[in-house]
Design a protein. Structure first.
Length: 252
C-alpha cells in the first residue's frame, strides 16, 4: 500500500498435467486479491478470486493475469461482486485483466458483477490473447450504482486478439464525466446493467452462429474470427445474468 493507493496483482498459470487434468503451477495473489482453488470439474481446474478488502478505491491499481497452456482447461470465477468505491487517494482506480490461452487450451472467465458506486472512478482494461485452436468464454457484467444510488464514472475496454489479429476492440464509458449521451436511447436507454459475452470456438470457422436479436436489449453478433459477441442491457443484475446465461446455453 502507498499514499497513492493499493497495488496488487494476482497470477494464475494452468498446465495440462498429463494425467487427464489441469495443474496450477502458479496460483498467487497479494493484498486484496486472494486466489483459491476449488473442486475441479472433470479435467477443468477451477479458481475463485476472493476480495480480501474493499475496493478498488480511488488510486488503487489491481491486476489479474492468467495463462492457460496447451490442452489445459481453466475456469475463473469470483466469490462476490466487485464494488468500485471512492477513496481518500485522489485519481481514478485501475483494474487490468490480462489473459493468454495457448493452442488447444480453454479459458472460462466468469466473475461476478462489477458495481460502480457513487463518486467512484474506475478504469477497467481487459486484454485476451488467443492462439489458433484456443477456446474462450468471457463474461463481463457491470452495474451502474447500488440500489437507489447514482453511479460513479466507469470506463471499460475489452480487446481480444487471435494469433495477433484483433477480433474485438471496444470501449464504453458511463457515469459523471463520460461523453454526453451515455444514458440516452443510443447507448444505455436508461438501463443500469450492461454486459457482454464473448465465445470463441474453433468449430465456428465452419459453422458460425447467425446474428440475431435476443430480446429487446440484447443481440448476438459474429466476430472477425471463430467467435461471437453477445451484448445485453437490463434494468438490474439479475435480469442481465439471465439473458447472458440463456445466450450461452443457446450456443451449446
Amino acid at each position: 500500500m502507498t499514499t497513492a493507493g493499493v497495488r496488487a496483482t494476482a497470477r494464475i498459470s494452468a498446465r495440462d498435467d498429463a494425467r487427464g487434468g489441469t495443474a496450477l503451477p502458479v496460483l498467487e495473489g497479494d493484498g486484496p486479491l486472494a486466489l483459491r482453488r476449488v473442486r475441479a470439474r472433470g479435467d477443468e481446474a477451477r479458481v475463485m478470486l476472493v476480495g480480501a478488502m474493499s475496493g478498488p478505491l480511488g488510486g488503487d491499481r489491481f491486476a489479474v493475469e492468467a495463462q492457460v497452456g496447451e490442452r489445459a482447461r481453466l475456469h475463473v470465477g469470483s466469490a462476490a461482486a466487485t464494488i468500485a468505491l471512492p477513496g481518500q487517494a485522489k485519481g481514478e482506480a485501475r483494474y487490468d485483466v490480462r489473459l493468454t490461452v495457448a493452442p488447444g487450451g480453454e479459458l472460462r472467465w466468469m466473475p461476478e458483477q462489477l458495481i460502480s458506486a457513487k463518486e467512484s472512478e474506475l478504469e477497467v482494461s481487459s486484454r485476451v490473447e488467443l492462439a489458433s485452436g484456443a477456446r474462450l468464454v468471457f463474461r463481463e457484467e457491470q452495474v451502474l450504482g447500488r440500489a437507489g444510488e447514482e453511479p460513479g464514472r466507469l470506463t471499460s475496454r475489452l480487446t481480444i486478439r487471435l494469433d495477433g489479429r484483433t477480433m474485438l476492440d471496444q470501449e464504453v464509458a458511463c457515469g459523471p464525466g463520460a461523453p454526453g449521451g451515455w444514458d440516452g436511447p443510443a447507448v444505455l436507454a436508461g438501463c443500469r446493467a450492461l454486459g457482454q459475452l464473448v465465445v470463441v470456438r474453433p468449430e465456428f470457422e465452419d459453422r458460425m452462429p447467425a446474428p440475431r436479436a435476443l430480446g429487446e436489449y440484447a443481440a448476438l453478433s459474429p466476430l472477425a474470427g471463430p467467435g461471437v459477441l453477445v451484448t445485453a442491457l437490463a434494468s438490474d443484475a439479475l435480469r442481465l445474468r439471465r439473458v447472458l446465461d440463456e445466450a450461452l446455453a443457446s450456443l451449446g
